[in-house]
Structure formats: C-alpha cells, structure tokens
Design a protein around this ligand. Structure first.
Ligand SMILES: [Zn+2]
Ligand SMILES: [Zn+2]
Length: 190
C-alpha cells in the first residue's frame, strides 16, 4: 500500500502522485500535501511562480533528489475560490476600498475647484486695489490662505492613488491565491 511521504496516510481527497525521482517508500505524495509543503517551505518562490506565465522554471525542488517539480498553474474550481474568499477576507477590503477611492477623488476634485475659484476672486480683488501697501499685504494674506487651502487638496490627492495601489496589490494577491501549481507525476523508465 503506497502512502504519502508528508502526511503518512494513504487516503485523502487528493491524488497520490510521484512528482520527483525519489523511489521506494518515499516515492508517493498527495498533490495537496506537496502544494501545502511547497507553500510553507518556499513562500516567495511559490507566490512568484503563480504570478508568472505558465511553462517556466519553477525553482521548486525536491529536497532529497533535487528534481525540479513540473506542473501547470491552474485556477481553483468555484468551490475552492469561494473557500479562499471566505478565508482571506481580501475581497471585502477590495469592495470597501472602491467607494473610498471614489470619494477621495471626488473630494480632491471638489476642493481643488473651490481653491481655484476662491483664488481667482481674491486675485481680482487684489488687482483692483489701488494702494500699493494694501496690495502687498493682501497678496501675502492670499499666499498664506492658498497654501493652507492646498494642504487638504494634497492630502486627498495623494491618498486616492495610495489606496488604489494597495487595493490593486490586494486584488493581485487574491488572484494568485485562487491559483494552484498542479504538480505532475514524473514518468519513469523502469
Ligand atoms: Zn498526504
Ligand atoms: Zn525526490
């Protein structure tokens, strides 16, 4: 009876494969056990591999025989994807971030327009002022007001792309979470 070299069981929902050149009692492993082990052992390499296109060197090797595992990157089935979504909660953040980003963009646009309109009327006021000294003081006052008004515009303007970027990273991670590296059994010449 062949058993999995990771969980030492013979039964599991996942198929027993022999993915490398190891032979004998350590030849077999569950596809799911091997995936879990690879994810824990090489978290970055595993993640990078999922974000790349198919059929390239994986860099994921058997510790014993150093054979590089071969396989295909596949999307999980619907039930697997739903399970992942439940586990990660990333989708909730992504969905919640969308109205936040829209609000920030709206607010930025609104504040910027307001600032420009106010500035325009102030400049007109300064222009019609005849006294040079008063003109100068008004100009100083205007600059200070303008800089103070610019601060919230800058804050809203900077936070929208920042949140959008982190949401994009979250979405990208979520997509790679919904993929697996399905490892093939090697064909052996007996
Ligand atoms: Zn197993
Ligand atoms: Zn091996």
């Amino acid at each position: 009876m062949s058993e999995c070299r990771i969980c030492l069981n013979s039964s599991n929902d996942s198929a027993l494969i022999s993915p490398c050149m190891c032979s004998g009692s350590i030849q077999y492993v569950h596809s799911s056990c091997l995936q879990r082990w690879l994810k824990e052992k090489y978290p970055n390499r595993y993640k990078n591999m999922l974000s790349r296109t198919r059929s390239c060197s994986t860099g994921l090797k058997c510790e014993l025989c150093k054979y590089e595992f071969q396989g295909k990157i596949k999307f999980l089935g619907l039930s697997g994807i739903l399970k992942k979504l439940k586990e990660t909660q990333a989708l909730i953040y992504i969905v919640l971030n969308v109205p936040v980003i829209l609000y920030l963009v709206y607010k930025f646009n609104h504040l910027l327009r307001h600032l420009l309109n106010v500035s325009k009327s102030h400049i007109n006021l300064i222009r019609i002022q005849s006294s040079g000294c008063k003109k100068f003081l008004m100009l100083i006052k205007f600059y200070i007001r303008f800089l103070v008004g610019l601060l919230p515009v800058a804050v809203f303007g900077a936070s929208a792309p920042t949140i959008a970027y982190s949401t994009m990273i979250l979405a990208k991670n979520l997509i790679s979470e919904c993929q697996v590296f399905e490892i093939k059994s090697v064909s052996r010449k007996m």
